[in-house]
Design a protein around this ligand. Structure first.
Ligand code: ADP
Ligand code: MG
Ligand code: MG
Length: 252
């Protein structure tokens, strides 16, 4: 079992404090959801876990099995077993999707143990079929000209190929029609198991109907202010955030 532990995390962007003491613990074998109003720091949390240099950690810690992730480069964090599906996946012209994923896998393996191309392609095509993706998308430049839904599906493809210990999925459900949402959920559920943990950031209950979370965290004003089971997300769906905010006596 592995454990990702976030303690009292404070993060600033351009001198403004966005995260104001986030505490959260995630184990392999678990899938957690993070919900919260727009602008509350959910993407800031995921980018900070992954090591985006635009975000300055001013206090607190993020550890994976006791090792301090904050001392590691983005590459080192990836090798330690982290994966981030970004809210807005980047387009990289000049490198094909297949090249990118193969490179990402090999970067996480010892230099003398590269994944042979044949094995890689076999697994890639199996996973693309599983995700209802056209195989020709493997030869297109990474995310270049992909629709919003295709980018999200492609993030799940990368995750399935890379097999991280922990994945942070930032609004993996945004912009998806119902068929694409089912496909993306199928991919996450396939990963579910004792060697995998995920943090799914979402605004909507509908993803959580397909991928039922073990724990739901609610973020407001740069902190986790409430935690519960799947019923907490259902409650927010019907009541919105304002009722919870009033109950907790928050002035955010
Ligand atoms: P969420 O993902 O919960 O919607 P974000 O983490 O994206 O929220 O943003 C949290 C806050 O940080 C917002 O007020 C946002 O405007 C601000 N913010 C995010 N990125 C930047 C940036 N690059 N420069 C300045 N402010 C930013
Ligand atoms: Mg947002
Ligand atoms: Mg966001």
């Amino acid at each position: 079992m592995s454990e990702l532990v976030i303690k009292d995390l404070h993060v600033s962007i351009a001198g403004k404090e966005i995260l104001q003491g986030v505490n959260l613990k995630l184990k392999t074998g678990e899938i957690h959801a993070i919900m919260g109003p727009n602008g509350t720091g959910k993407s800031t949390l995921s980018e900070s876990i992954m090591g985006n240099p635009a975000y300055t950690v001013t206090q607190g810690s993020v550890t994976l099995d006791g090792k301090n992730l904050l001392d590691m480069t983005v590459d080192e964090r990836a090798r330690a077993g982290l994966f981030l599906a970004m809210q807005y996946p980047a387009e990289i012209p000049g490198i094909t999707n297949a090249e990118f994923i193969h490179g990402a896998i090999n970067a996480r393996r010892p230099e003398d143990d590269a994944l042979p191309m044949r094995d890689f392609l076999k697994e890639l095509y199996e996973n693309m079929q599983f995700l209802d993706m056209k195989l020709e998308m493997s030869q297109r430049y990474l995310n270049h000209g992909f629709s919003g839904g295709e980018k999200k599906r492609n993030e799940i493809l990368q995750m399935m190929m890379i097999k991280p210990k922990f994945a942070v999925l930032d609004e993996i459900d945004s912009g998806l029609d119902i068929d694409a949402l089912k496909v993306v959920s199928r991919g996450i559920n396939k990963m579910r198991g004792k060697d995998f943990g995920a943090l799914m950031i979402t605004h909507y209950q509908r993803l959580l109907d397909y991928v039922v979370p073990d724990v739901v965290h609610v973020m407001m004003g740069g902190r986790v202010v409430a935690e519960g089971g799947p019923e907490l997300a259902k409650r927010l769906e019907t009541e919105g955030y304002s009722k919870l905010r009033d109950e907790l006596g928050l002035k955010i």
